[in-house]
Write a protein that binds this ligand. Structure first.
Ligand code: G3P
Length: 217
């Protein structure tokens, strides 16, 4: 499973890259707004830090405007992927952009039937939001399972990015179900490595090593 980081924060991206496990980055208008910097410059910086795909979202809602905005965004760097909202206008834009060789990531997916249409439109990626479904007492990971089954049934090439991840169990289920990608906030990436028995084990090994040194004089 590929791991993307879901942030527009340069420090977090650099740290995750240095962990050696980072395959790409996803941003959205909220994440860019949080950084308070000019968004195009910020995206440019992000593309300098990582070689993998970097998703940048269009603001337009009409397909012709989305396409225009996407063409401009794609000039930032070769690894830019255009995030498109999951609407009929969005699907039209996906068809045009993928035809031009511009990769798209269709975002704000909340149902399997939306995902079916995205697969048929030929998007490179789809982003189902699991955390936001859980927030309304639905089951985000069941949606991932459904999309994997449907895409397998028909051989769609669209890669599934599990998005709106809130905690390590979302990542666990994404990997267990065989999702292509999980895009994870920095805090959750850091939580994945932690286990109290690892810390206790290191502590014990160091103490035993030290007592051996002491006994040997
Ligand atoms: O990848 C989508 C993500 O940024 C949305 O996450 O936590 O705002 O639902 P959240």
């Amino acid at each position: 499973m590929k791991i993307f980081i879901d942030t527009a924060n340069l420090e977090e991206i650099k740290q995750a890259r240095d962990f050696g496990i980072l395959d790409g980055v996803t941003t959205n208008p909220t994440l860019l707004a949080r950084e308070g910097k000019p968004p195009l410059k910020q995206l440019e910086e992000i593309c300098r830090i990582v070689d993998g795909p970097v998703s940048a979202e269009v603001i337009a809602l009409q397909s012709d405007e989305m396409v225009k905005e996407a063409r401009d965004l794609s000039k930032i760097a070769d690894n830019i992927v255009i995030k498109i909202p999951l609407t009929l206008e969005g699907l039209k834009a996906v068809k045009i952009l993928e035809g031009e060789g511009i990769k798209t990531n269709v975002t704000l997916c909340f149902s399997a039937m939306q995902a079916l249409l995205v697969g048929k439109a030929g998007a490179s990626y789809i982003s189902p939001f699991v955390g936001r479904l859980d927030d309304i007492s639905d089951d985000g990971m069941r949606l991932i399972e459904d999309i994997i089954t449907i895409y397998d049934n028909y051989g769609f090439d669209t890669e599934i990015i599990v998005a709106s991840i809130r905690h390590p169990m979302h990542v666990y289920w994404a990997a267990k179900l065989g999702a292509d990608i999980a895009t994870i906030p920095f805090k959750t990436i850091s939580q994945l490595i932690k286990h109290p028995l690892t810390d206790i084990g290191i502590d014990r090994f160091l103490k035993d090593w030290q007592s051996l040194q002491d006994n040997l004089g």
